[in-house]
Design a binder for this molecule. Structure first.
Ligand SMILES: [Zn+2]
Length: 342
């Protein structure tokens, strides 16, 4: 893995390459952005350049240092990750001890803290001292999808590098390089995960389609659905957090497609293009205004679910509203913004 293999972060990579060329590297970086878009790969690629014995602008990929980085066993590259969901102070103490030793290859010592937001408060405070006075030739890279969970004092001591979500096109291409799926499926997976190939590769395509099929079946007969049907479907939505997120994203894309079809009258831009017949059929009985209100209603509920509410009751309420067409009961000032997100 090197910079040339990383897609969609050209500007970020240009900045990092320039820093390696001029030797103006920060002693601490914070790589932030959506999970699964290449932050960790970029951190490893940067480490490889700095540790490669050829000392070129790209790692040679052949020297023992490059091979060790690739295998994850280079003695001057220390990886810290959560254990049982937390990075405890002991891990940071061990890290500090490692960093206090001279590098094996007389060069940089690099530390990558993955999921840095999982550090306990004690661990963060302990790391803070190292960030303030790092040993010479030390580079610490914190990686996080939730920078707001880190102490402001930690944030202020790092050079922050934001990784933007990948375009659906780029994410789809990356997905297709890893798994054997057609363009339409890759595009659907990329859209469902907001342009995160890492997250998309964790999804089971058949399971995703199964969830979508059950929604199509329900929505096709929703006008006759009773309380028990809604309650059962809501329970299915709330099976676990991942399923809930996935189900809500499928809903978003479904209504997004109906809106696109309503506006453009073409299946060209549909993300559920393998279900064009169903999209066309369902959208014929909806007005554009009601579809937009519905999409906004889904957004409202999704945000509500982030708070301490009973998910089953919230999802039942959402399904009832979708069922009865009462989405217009929700404030509509953000309609344009809701559609704009797609
Ligand atoms: Zn090398």
């Amino acid at each position: 893995m090197s910079f040339k293999h990383i897609q969609g972060h050209e500007k970020t990579i240009k900045i990092l390459k320039q820093a390696t060329k001029t030797g103006r590297l920060s002693h601490a970086y914070l790589f932030s952005g959506l999970e699964g878009i290449g932050k960790r790969l970029t951190a490893i690629a940067l480490s490889k350049i700095l540790l490669c014995s050829s000392k070129g602008s790209e790692p040679c990929g052949k020297c023992s240092a490059c091979i060790q980085v690739e295998r994850g066993n280079h003695p001057d590259l220390i990886m810290v990750s959560p254990l049982d969901g937390t990075i405890k102070i002991e891990s940071i103490r061990n890290l500090k001890q490692e960093l206090s030793r001279k590098s094996f290859a007389v060069g940089y010592k690099i530390c990558i803290v993955d999921n840095a937001e999982k550090m306990s408060i004690q661990a963060e405070n302990s790391l803070l001292k190292t960030l303030e006075e790092p040993p010479p030739d030390t580079i610490i890279i914190l990686i996080t999808g939730q920078p707001y969970r880190l102490l402001p004092t930690v944030l202020s001591r790092c050079q922050q590098i934001k990784f933007h979500p990948l375009s659906i096109f780029t994410a789809s291409e990356l997905i297709r390089k890893k798994v054997d799926v057609d363009t339409k499926t890759a595009s659907l997976l990329a859209s469902l995960t907001g342009g995160s190939p890492g997250k998309a590769l964790q999804l089971n395509v058949e399971y995703v389609k199964q969830l979508r099929d059950s929604w199509i079946e329900y929505s096709g007969t929703s006008s006759s659905a009773g309380g028990e049907d809604i309650s059962n479907l809501a329970a299915d939505f709330c099976r676990d957090k991942d399923t809930l997120d996935l189900r809500l994203n499928l809903l978003r894309l479904w209504y997004r497609d109906m809106i696109f079809y309503k506006i453009y009258g073409s299946s060209k831009e549909l993300l559920n293009s393998d279900e064009t017949k169903e999209i066309v059929s369902q959208s014929s009985s909806w007005s554009l205004e009601r579809l937009v209100d519905t999409l906004f209603c889904i957004e409202e509920y999704s945000q509500t679910l982030e708070y301490n509410v009973n998910p089953q009751l919230a999802v039942e309420s959402l399904l009832l509203n979708l069922n009865s067409g009462n989405a217009s009961l929700f404030p509509c000032s953000g309609r344009a913004a809701a559609v704009g997100n797609y």
